[in-house]
Design a protein around this ligand. Structure first.
Ligand SMILES: Cc1cc2nc3c(=O)[nH]c(=O)nc-3n(C[C@H](O)[C@H](O)[C@H](O)COP(=O)(O)O)c2cc1C
Length: 128
């Protein structure tokens, strides 16, 4: 299953392509916070940098039913968007295996992101 958050459609496009190729289930994470325009951009960057969470719409799929959940999101200020942080926290005891995927500006998904994930999931990382 692929769970994703996308503010401007880039991650959504990638997820749609993946779904077309793999035929996997998809969960769209819907934020309840308005993030349009310059203020929305500033607020988003600030909240991400402060590692805030936001209220998300109830999700439909049970991550516990999948052997692998791929989570896709844009990096904001080098970090996870608040709705993704909420989604991971709310489901931390349900995931079996998790992978991260990101369409961002120029930043890469580095070890730091995995450490964030590890912290949110409150479990240790597998050895690579
Ligand atoms: C508030 C904000 C902060 C961002 N910070 C970063 C960043 O630190 N590094 C980066 O590579 N891209 C950054 N971006 C760019 C987004 O990650 C990029 O545009 C992404 O493709 C947007 O994905 P989406 O269309 O799925 O929302 C930021 C975008 C926003 C709105």
């Amino acid at each position: 299953m692929v769970a994703y958050y996308s503010r401007t459609g880039n991650n959504e496009k990638l997820v749609n392509e993946l779904q077309a190729k793999l035929g996997c289930d998809v969960e769209k994470i819907v934020d309840t916070v308005g993030r349009k325009g310059v203020w929305g951009w500033l607020k988003s960057g600030y909240q991400a940098s402060r590692e805030k969470m936001s209220r998300i719409e109830p999700t439909e799929k049970d991550p516990g039913e999948y052997g692998l959940v791929i989570i896709a999101y844009p990096l904001w200020a080098g970090r996870m968007p608040p709705p993704i942080r909420t989604y991971i926290s709310e489901n931390k005891n349900k995931f079996s295996r998790v992978a991260l995927m990101s369409v961002s500006g120029r930043a890469k998904v580095t070890a730091e992101r995995f450490l964030t994930l590890k912290r949110l999931l409150e479990r240790s990382l597998p050895q690579f």
